[in-house]
Design a protein around this ligand. Structure first.
Ligand SMILES: Nc1ncnc2c1ncn2[C@@H]1O[C@H](COP(=O)(O)OP(=O)(O)OP(=O)(O)O)[C@@H](O)[C@H]1O
Length: 289
């Protein structure tokens, strides 16, 4: 699967929701789309899923414009928390209806997921709790086996155990049927282990797109006595500082050279990894409140 966005803008009347969004995604990987409330995640995913059209710029999926292109849209599933209050269909009938239009839909797997999520398949959708409805949305997203699978904050309403089942099943089904998965979230620390690549949106612009391993390897946390830490990090890009008594931990962004590792060891400083959550907070702080 391949996707390319060039200079996408989206306005809602006079408000700008997305500006200058460009990226290329290539491969059957899990992409984490991170952003705070109102960053533009749903807006961007809705354009990718052809639920709405951008104001300017181009989007291509497999080299074609997806909007109103049935052939491309067959390959895409957009799973999000739907409103089922008017939905009197039973769970099993809803799934059967979806399976008719989805060539890769795996009903056996969907039933397995319903058992794992403890969803009674003979119950009407409108009678399920919010978390159970979200689990049905996740089931649809996973069992559709669509080459481009989009989950928009699908976990909302799910309890911690249900979310864990969802993450496990996502990884298992991705192994069986590799696909491009785009997943928006602000539960960064809980979900970061799922991501192959990370995209961070902030106030409608893309502030970062990198491979997860590369991203994590780029930053380090330097811990030790405050004076030594300050001297060591003085010329580095500092992201975050914590101090407890005389001990200080500073998160810095950038690769350390071999010499810097040696210097750190000499000064008795500890070098540890950074957390994506810290980087996310740093890159998206300010302006939204
Ligand atoms: N239908 C709409 N009409 C007008 N403005 C909208 C509409 N939908 C979204 N917006 C605005 O666009 C911006 C981006 O919203 P969006 O829903 O894409 O963010 P999000 O990152 O998905 O947020 P959240 O994490 O809170 O769901 C926000 O400022 C929001 O107020």
């Amino acid at each position: 699967m391949k996707m390319e966005a060039k200079n996408i803008h989206l306005n809602y009347r006079q408000d700008t929701a997305l500006q200058n969004i460009s990226f290329q995604l290539d491969g059957n990987k899990i992409y984490g789309l991170l952003g705070r409330n109102g960053a533009g995640k749903t807006s961007l995913l809705s354009i990718i899923a052809s639920f709405r059209q951008q104001t300017a710029g181009t989007l291509e999926i497999l080299g074609r414009v997806p909007f109103e292109n049935a052939e491309v849209m067959q390959q895409v599933i957009f799973a999000y928390n739907k409103d089922y209050k008017e939905e009197s269909d039973k769970v099993k009938n809803l799934l059967q209806g979806i399976a008719k239009y989805r060539p890769n839909f795996d009903m056996n797997y969907a039933e397995h997921l319903l058992v794992r999520f403890q969803i009674p398949k003979d119950k009407k959708m409108q009678q399920l709790s919010k978390g159970m409805q979200a689990a049905v949305d996740a089931t649809i997203g996973l069992a559709s086996n669509a080459p481009l699978t989009i989950f928009d904050e699908i976990y909302a309403g799910m309890d911690a155990s249900t979310r864990t089942i969802f993450y496990e099943e996502l990884l298992k089904s991705q192994e069986r049927f590799p696909r491009m998965v785009l997943m928006s979230t602000h539960l960064v620390s809980e979900m970061e282990y799922l991501f192959d690549e990370v995209l961070i949106l902030h106030k409608g612009t893309m502030v970062l797109h990198e491979e997860y391993d590369e991203l994590i390897s780029k930053g380090v946390t330097v811990t030790g006595s405050a004076g030594d830490v300050d001297a060591f990090v003085q010329d580095m890009r500092q992201l975050n500082t914590k101090q407890l008594g005389g001990t200080k931990a500073v998160m810095v962004y950038g690769h350390l050279s071999e010499q810097q590792y040696k210097d750190a060891a000499k000064r008795g400083l500890e070098i540890g990894p950074i957390a994506l959550q810290d980087l996310f907070i740093h890159l998206t702080e300010g302006g939204n409140d």
